[in-house]
Design a protein around this ligand. Structure first.
Ligand code: DQA
Length: 148
């Protein structure tokens, strides 16, 4: 069987990781996280495409473009998690298995972060483990795809 290909999508402000509210999001940059993910992907024998955008429409287009190219999506939609019906509908529309991740534990924070539009259409969600959330999410997604 050919290798699974995973789309890793990061939403708004995640390009600022490392300098953005480090007390909440830690000191790793997005580049650091992507490097960790690439190392894990090599171990898991899958390929990754990592994208970040501050624009909702770009994220929606990237999800559409994943059809026929990627078998799984790992997403940290940032603030769009709590606002974007469009991103949820795009994920539901392509019907590619998705795992939602967050660096911070969104349930320990402000009330407006407690609701995710993505959670109900995701396989699962990992929240609160910093950069480790992405690694756990990738492992869970690949395991799901292998078991399927
Ligand atoms: C975040 C949590 C969101 O509430 C926030 O808007 C982000 C980052 C996280 O990874 O903890 O931008 O998704």
């Amino acid at each position: 069987m050919s290798k699974f290909s995973i789309l890793v999508l990061n939403g708004p402000n995640l390009n600022l990781l490392g300098k953005r509210e480090p007390n909440i999001y830690g000191h790793l940059t997005l580049e650091d996280i992507n490097k960790m993910l690439e190392q894990e992907a090599t171990k898991l024998d899958v390929t990754l495409s990592c994208l970040q955008s501050n624009h909702e429409g770009f994220l929606v287009d990237s999800i559409h473009n994943a059809l026929n190219h990627h078998q799984g999506i790992l997403i940290n939609a940032g603030a769009y998690t709590h606002t974007s019906v469009a991103i949820r509908d795009a994920l539901a529309g392509v019907a590619i298995p998705v795992v939602e991740v967050h660096l911070s534990n969104i349930y320990r924070r402000e009330d407006f972060r407690h609701h995710s539009y993505i959670a109900a259409i995701a396989i699962g969600q990992i929240s609160g483990f910093g950069g480790q959330s992405y690694l756990l999410g990738l492992q869970a997604l690949v395991n799901y795809l292998q078991e399927k």
